[in-house]
Ligand binder design. Structure first.
Ligand code: NAP
Length: 266
């Protein structure tokens, strides 16, 4: 099973890597492996006690947030940004970066504890608990009286429908993922308001982060100082041991994770 992993080189026959080097790999779900040096990225961690940040806020999910928001959401100061799965590995970064760029930010999450963290710790302006809010369309309209200019889409289905209803003309949707439908045995019914895309002249961009490695340097140059200055907060849920990897993976679909889901190996 593919997955990002941070680990330590035990032994190396390649002069570009030494035993003890910390590397990022895409070969997770195994505790030891042999790899060609050019398939590993050597890290120069800014804090050796926070290596897992390179799987979350400083890694693929953080870059996904950065690329999706700036390249496809194109938020301007004062605009309203709506983020679904807002406390997750991607979403929490989108929320906080958008705040740093002067936007009003609305998140949606599946628990009151997640909502409280976003409001109290991350400075998000309004959060909807989609599991308890009743009609999501109405709940979003209530907290977005001036409409939504950018929707960062992580969930799909009812969230896309609600976002389209309140989006302003020339709104932008960064279509990052649609986790609500990943395990559907049957195709889910689509939003019934897609015609709004036409009248509101909404731009929807799907994207895959691996196409945008060219933004990594710029991303790190902004993100590391933000973390060091306490401007970007991160949460993690840590499962112990490779035997728990499958439980960690499945937990993503029931919201068991609070922030980045990490499996720690001995
Ligand atoms: N395009 C790309 O290159 C790219 C890269 C990375 C990730 N992604 C996508 O980005 C999205 C977020 O990924 P992530 O790594 O940040 O995951 P995550 O948000 O850390 O974890 C997934 C979260 O989704 C929420 N969720 C699960 N099922 C849901 C449902 N049926 N309705 C509403 N919310 C649901 C849960 O939070 P709640 O408790 O709040 O419900 C869960 O904690 C996913 O769709 C993922 O596939 C795309």
């Amino acid at each position: 099973m593919y997955g990002g992993a941070v680990g330590e080189v035990i032994e190396s026959a390649d002069p570009s890597l030494q035993a003890g080097d910390i590397v990022l790999s895409g070969a997770a779900w195994q505790d030891k492996f042999v790899a060609k040096a050019n398939t590993l990225s050597k890290l120069e961690p800014f804090d050796p006690d926070q290596l897992s940040l390179y799987l979350g806020t400083l890694g693929m999910p953080g870059l996904t947030a950065y690329v999706g928001l700036f390249k496809f959401g194109e938020p301007k100061p004062g605009e309203t940004v709506f983020v679904s799965a807002a406390s997750g590995a991607v979403g929490a970064n989108v929320c906080q970066i958008a705040k740093l760029k002067g936007c009003r930010v609305i998140g949606s999450v599946g628990s009151d504890a997640k909502a409280k963290w976003l409001l109290d710790e991350c400075g998000v302006d309004a959060v909807i608990n989609y599991k308890t809010c009743g009609d999501l369309n109405q709940a979003l309209a209530d907290v977005a009286p001036d409409g939504v200019d950018v929707y960062f889409e992580n969930v799909g289905g009812d969230h896309l429908q609600a976002a389209l209803n309140v989006m302003n003309p020339y709104g932008r949707i960064a279509a990052c993922g649609m986790i609500a439908s990943y395990n559907n045995a049957e195709p889910a019914p689509g939003p019934n308001n897609l015609m709004l895309i036409v009248g509101k002249k909404i731009r929807i961009n799907g994207f895959i982060v691996s196409d945008h490695g060219d933004m990594r340097e710029q991303f790190l140059s902004e993100m590391i100082p933000w973390i060091q200055e306490g401007k970007i907060k991160s949460r993690e849920t840590v499962f112990e041991g490779i035997d728990n990897a499958i439980n960690a993976f499945l937990g993503l679909f029931s919201g068991e994770n609070f922030g980045k889901m990490v499996v720690k190996l001995d």
